[in-house]
Structure formats: structure tokens, C-alpha cells
Write a protein that binds this ligand. Structure first.
Ligand SMILES: Cc1ncc(COP(=O)(O)O)c(C=O)c1O
Length: 436
């Protein structure tokens, strides 16, 4: 593991934790010593060969890295345009990219003499990954989750408990990711003497966004080498990732940020519509503000209160974004597009039937955009997408909500799906009832 491969990564953030105008530490002053302790420990450990060796060993043995890059041949052939490849972060132990930084935080906590990890989770993927890392390294684990999300991804809540975590359901506001983050941050401020906050994304005050980005950079480093090996030395033309806080996107981008010929795309959730309160497209509709200890771009009311947000993907329903993503988008290095709930679900079904892979609804947003892009681009171009997680957690919800009468079984049924029209067809499909 090395973080020094990228010029971009070694240049930012600055000494105060700023990414251009975004970032910094906007937590209450009494948390200053805890953040300084973490910054000091991380600066010491990040260059320690011993720590890097320990992390590499865990990545191989516990996580199952490296994860492969796969050409989605069936979808690419159906589209007839640019070819789509995926980085299979869904094949990580616990099913998503989140474990890349969870094992890093667990090792850091142990070296710092902390006995507990605290975090928030939305889709439950970060919670399960953290619970697993905590169990492996003999640490206590406390995961805060919005009550609405806990109902939606209840299988992940069971997994967290099975792995020994204390799950704290949060019933306030919309009872989703923002409220879970508020609650976890509060718990950390009370317990920082013996606990480390293993934040779920590249958000929060310095040094959290930097630490998460660094631990996630393994995704981009691997993907770059794998892609070059598959294509005999040709880089992808486009690199695509979904974005809430930015951990999976920054991880994948880190392999390509210094290659101006590679276009980087961020995909945000348009939810039900572009109307305020119906989506969580922060970079598209937000404005500068401060949330969870960092200045960044925030979806907010006129008085600065974080807006209500909506997305079918719990892990994307967040009214903020990490400061590095905000900087990369503002500078134009990363372009931003949106995908609606309906298009994401259509893609979820289509990828399952066409490629034999069930993507997380979060990742289905990135795949949906890649499908749109591929259809518009020539065959010679290649698109690399971060398949950030697997969709087992979403299966019950999608089937109950969108295919209450069961899915069709005719060959090619889903291959012909095109977003909303396809969904309506599924909702009306008279196939056999879905049994659970
Ligand atoms: C599978 C998956 N992908 C993506 C995300 C979005 O988070 P981030 O922007 O930090 O990658 C989540 C968040 O829960 C997730 O579970």
C-alpha cells in the first residue's frame, strides 16, 4: 500500500486540512485535542512499513483483495457503444468498499490504545464492515443507524448484531443518514478518551476525509494496474462512481486523477424528482455551507438548515458531500450527473439478468449513468465503473416495492428494460407471487 503514487493525493489537503476553499475543522473547540491526537497518530503510522505491512496482510486475508476488474460484455454488446468495465468492490468481505477504511481505522484504533469504534451507517454496509473489523481486532463497536434505514436494510442490522456490534437506532428528523451521523458524532464527543470515530465516508473535520481517502485509494491503484493489463496499456476514457460523501469515488479516482485524458464522473441520486426535498443531489443543487464539521457543499434551506433528502439508496441519502469531492467538482476535474430512483432500479434488475451480478442500489446509480454514457459513445471508448457494493440488502425492498406480483421469467425480459417504462411493466407483471 502506498499513498504517494498520485501527485494530486500528495498535494492536498493543505496543513490545515483544506481542499481549496473546502474542508478544515469546524467542530467545537473542545474536540481539538482528540483530532490532533488522531492526526499525529495517523501521520506517524501512514509512513510506517510495519503498519502498511499489517494493513496489506488484512486486505489479503480478511478482505479478499485484490478485487478484480470485469468487462460487462453482455450489456456492452446490447448497447453497441462504448465498453463498460466494473471494479468489483462488491466482492470485498462484507460486500462493499467500506471495509477498505474500516480495517484501517481498526488498526489505527489498536495502535492508539483505543478500545472501541463508533460510526454511523446508512445502507448498513459501513456498519457491517466496521462490526467485522472490530470483531477481528478485539474492539467494541457501536453503530448508529436511522430508524427508517434500519427497517429497510434489516438484514444488515442483524449482521451487525451477529458480529457483536451495539446498534443504536436513531428516531429523529427523517431518521436516516444525517440523523445517524449527528448521533454518532455526539457519541464520539462523549467517548473519545477510549473510542475512535470510524467515519463512514470522506466527510467530517480534518483529518477524517484525508484518512478515508487514503485508505480507499487501494481501489484506484489496483484498478489502474488491472485495467492496463486487460487493455494492453490503454487507460479508460471515463471513470464513473456514485457519490454520497465520496469514499468510493475518491478511492477509484485516485488511480486516474493525474491523467487529464481520463474523464471523471460523479453520479448523484435524483430520487423521485428534481424538486427540493425529493432528491439528494448535493453537488448538483447544493451551495457552500458547513455540515458535520467541514465546510463543503450542502443541500440546505434558506436559513442554512440541512435539507430533507430522498433516495431509494439509503447510502446516498445525505445532504452533504466530502470537501475533496466538492473541490474536484468545483474545479471541473470531475463532472456531475444525476440518476433517478426509477432508473437505478431498472438498472439493478437489468444488471442482475444480463450479467449475473446484483449491484447495491447505490452502485446501480453509477451503472445507470454508465449505460447512458456508453449508448452515446463510440465502441472504441471504455468506461470503468466502481461497482461499490452488492445488492443483497436491497433485494427484499426492490421486489416488494417494484415487483409485488413477481418478476417475469422470459429470457431477455430484463435485457429490454429501459428505466421507468420497464419498471411499470414489472409492477404490472402477472408472474408468480414473490415468496420469502
Ligand atoms: C455500496 C455503497 N456504495 C456507495 C455508497 C456511498 O458512499 P460513498 O460516497 O462514501 O462512497 C454507500 C454508502 O453507504 C454504499 O453502501
Amino acid at each position: 500500500m502506498s499513498y504517494s503514487g498520485s501527485n494530486h493525493v500528495s498535494r492536498i489537503p493543505d496543513a490545515n486540512g483544506y481542499y481549496g476553499e473546502f474542508g478544515g475543522n469546524h467542530w467545537p473547540a473542545h474536540m481539538g485535542p482528540a483530532l490532533e491526537e488522531l492526526t499525529g497518530a495517523y501521520e506517524q503510522l501512514r509512513s510506517s512499513p510495519d503498519f502498511r505491512h499489517e494493513l496489506d496482510t488484512v486486505r489479503t486475508g480478511l478482505q479478499g483483495r485484490p478485487t478484480p476488474v470485469l468487462h460487462l460484455e453482455n450489456i456492452s454488446n446490447q448497447l453497441g457503444g462504448a465498453r463498460i468495465y466494473v471494479k468489483r468492490e462488491d466482492l470485498n468481505h462484507t460486500g462493499a468498499h467500506k471495509i477498505n477504511h474500516c480495517v484501517g481505522f481498526a488498526l489505527l484504533a489498536r495502535r492508539m490504545g483505543k478500545r472501541k469504534l463508533i460510526a454511523e451507517t446508512g445502507a448498513g454496509q459501513h456498519g457491517v464492515a466496521l462490526a467485522s473489523a472490530a470483531a477481528r481486532f478485539g474492539l467494541e463497536c457501536e453503530v448508529h443507524i436511522g430508524a427508517t434505514d434500519a427497517d429497510k436494510v434489516n438484514a444488515n442490522v442483524d449482521l451487525m448484531r451477529l458480529l457483536g456490534a451495539r446498534v443504536v437506532p436513531v428516531a429523529s428528523g427523517q431518521s436516516t443518514l444525517k440523523e445517524a451521523s449527528d448521533s454518532a458524532l455526539h457519541a464520539y464527543t462523549e467517548q473519545h478518551a477510549h473510542a475512535l470515530y470510524a467515519i463512514g465516508s470522506a466527510i467530517g473535520p480534518h483529518p477524517f476525509p484525508m484518512i478515508v481517502r487514503d485508505f480507499q485509494s487501494v481501489v484506484g491503484q489496483e484498478a489502474r494496474a488491472q485495467f492496463l493489463a486487460i487493455t494492453d496499456g490503454v487507460l479508460p476514457d471515463h471513470v464513473v462512481a456514485c457519490v454520497a460523501g465520496g469514499s468510493n469515488a475518491l478511492g477509484l479516482y485516485s488511480g486516474f486523477l493525474d491523467d487529464p485524458e481520463v474523464a471523471l464522473h460523479a453520479v448523484e441520486p435524483l430520487g423521485k424528482s428534481a424538486e427540493f426535498g425529493q432528491h439528494a443531489a448535493t453537488l448538483t443543487f447544493g451551495r457552500p455551507g458547513t455540515l458535520h464539521g467541514a465546510s463543503s457543499v450542502v443541500l440546505q434551506e434558506n436559513d442554512g438548515t440541512p435539507a430533507a433528502v430522498m433516495s431509494i439508496a439509503s447510502g446516498l441519502a445525505y445532504p452533504g458531500v466530502g470537501p475533496e469531492m466538492a473541490m474536484l467538482c468545483k474545479s471541473g476535474r470531475v463532472s456531475v450527473d444525476t440518476v433517478s430512483d426509477e432508473e437505478a432500479v431498472g438498472t439493478f434488475l437489468r444488471i442482475a439478468r444480463s450479467e449475473g451480478i446484483i449491484p447495491a442500489l447505490e452502485s446501480a446509480h453509477a451503472l445507470a449513468f454508465a449505460i447512458r454514457l456508453a449508448a452515446d459513445r463510440p465502441r472504441r471508448e471504455r468506461i470503468l465503473v466502481n461497482l461499490s457494493g452488492r445488492g443483497d440488502k436491497d433485494v427484499d425492498f426492490v421486489l416488494a416495492r417494484f415487483a409485488p406480483g413477481g418478476l417475469g421469467t422470459e429470457p431477455g425480459d430484463v435485457d429490454r428494460q429501459r428505466g421507468p417504462a420497464g419498471l411499470r411493466r414489472y409492477a404490472l407483471h402477472p408472474g408468480k407471487p414473490h415468496s420469502r
